[in-house]
Design a protein around this ligand. Structure first.
Ligand code: ADP
Ligand code: MG
Length: 363
């Protein structure tokens, strides 16, 4: 899916920083979110996601840097003048108002005429699939329904930007998947920019056009889910976005086919290693990229020889554990194809130019 073609809702944060009592919560954070884009801030707890989102919202004043929405500097603009909508983890609905009244609330504050209000509420209830529930009170709704009301309330005033801070955090797993897909659909239909905070990598992958991975108050890397997964710049991003096998190596040279690294007595051509001049690197190979065979297949380079220590059928994949020269690895194989037996000695290889290199010192 591509971002909706709208020209409203471009968000730029430049060099934004904030300290709490001398300790840095957010350091030199810069993002550029395109109009209509679904952009996710992904990172572990305490990495500064909420701080950055609250600064964009105008709920926190940054000590450094600037925020602009549609090229207008809003760094010191009050929240209510930023034309944004919010959704938080705890739904924060008004318990004494019905679903329809909750959605209508912001429109009333803004003195929208009552016939226009009624039409907009009906539209929003339709958009959020809450059609029959307008007269219920929040306490009469499930968690997922309450979160849809919160989303509808945030969208009622057609904000330029929708900010969501772990909105699925309080829901159980199955509901999270369903509502995650709903949030993406509603955002696309409403043609609004979304900035979404989560610590859940699966959620980020399902929802995002692009994402920024955060760690210790810094944005480590920005890209599409695929770019970040296939070509992480550092060890943190490589390991935070799913499992990987790390083979220590030394950079030998860079060719047109990629960067050549020596791993043991093998030479492996990996993706071009352009973001760092480190020569001590890890060659990062995802479990599904690791090829387990007797000999090295064409188009592949040998990594190391290994012995199979464990093999498990997991339905969609066969996970094989391997040990070699002090390295433990795991490979996800096709359970319908040939699977090596425990104790067997095999060769591990990877497709030429497919693995990623990350500097070793950024552990
Ligand atoms: N009100 C506060 N006072 C002091 N420290 C805070 C406050 N809010 C957040 N922090 C600290 O700032 C850092 C970033 O927090 P936060 O942005 O909430 O992270 P995240 O949303 O990624 O979990 C953390 O180290 C956190 O402990
Ligand atoms: Mg947070």
């Amino acid at each position: 899916m591509t971002a909706a073609p709208t020209s409203r809702g471009r968000v730029v944060a430049s060099g934004v920083g904030l300290d709490y009592d001398g300790s840095t919560a957010l350091d030199d954070a810069s993002i550029e979110v395109h109009a209509g884009e679904f952009f996710t801030l992904l990172g572990p707890s305490g990495s500064g996601k909420t701080t950055l989102l609250r600064i964009i919202a105008g709920l926190l004043d940054p000590q450094r840097g600037r925020v602009a929405i549609d090229d207008v500097d809003v760094t010191h603009t009050p929240t209510q003048k930023r034309d944004i909508g919010f959704v938080f983890q705890n739904y924060a609905l008004f318990p004494h108002l019905t679903v329809a009244e909750n959605v209508e609330f912001g429109l009333k504050i803004r003195k929208v005429r009552s016939d226009a209000r009624a039409a907009r509420v009906a539209e929003i209830l339709e958009l959020t699939a809450l059609g029959g529930l307008g007269d219920r009170y929040p306490a009469q709704l499930s968690g997922g329904q309450q979160q849809r009301v919160a989303l509808g309330r945030a969208l009622a005033q057609r904000p330029r930007v929708l900010l969501l801070d772990e909105p699925l955090g309080a829901l159980d797993r199955a509901l999270r998947e369903d509502l995650g897909a709903e949030i993406r659909r509603i955002q696309q239909e409403a043609q609004t920019t979304a900035i979404y905070v989560t610590h859940d990598q699966d959620e980020a992958f399902i929802l995002s056009d692009r994402m920024g991975v955060m760690r210790d108050g810094r944005i480590q890397q920005i890209g599409t889910p695929e770019e970040l997964y296939r070509a992480p710049n550092d060890l943190f991003v490589a390991t935070f976005l799913g499992k990987t096998n790390l083979f220590p190596g030394e950079v030998v040279e860079t060719t047109s086919a990629g960067t050549v690294v020596r791993i043991g007595d093998s030479l492996v051509t990996a993706r071009p290693h352009a973001t760092s001049d480190a020569t001590s690197v890890y060659c990062s190979v995802r479990p599904e990229q690791l090829v387990v065979s007797d000999t090295v297949p064409t188009g592949h380079h040998k990594l190391i020889s290994a012995v199979v220590t464990d093999s498990r059928f997991l339905g969609q994949r066969q996970t094989v554990r391997l040990a070699a020269e002090g390295i433990q690895c795991s490979a996800d194989l096709d359970p319908y194809g040939p699977v090596p037996a425990v104790g067997e000695r095999i060769t591990l290889s990877v497709r030429i130019g497919e693995s990623a290199l990350v500097p070793r010192e950024t552990a």
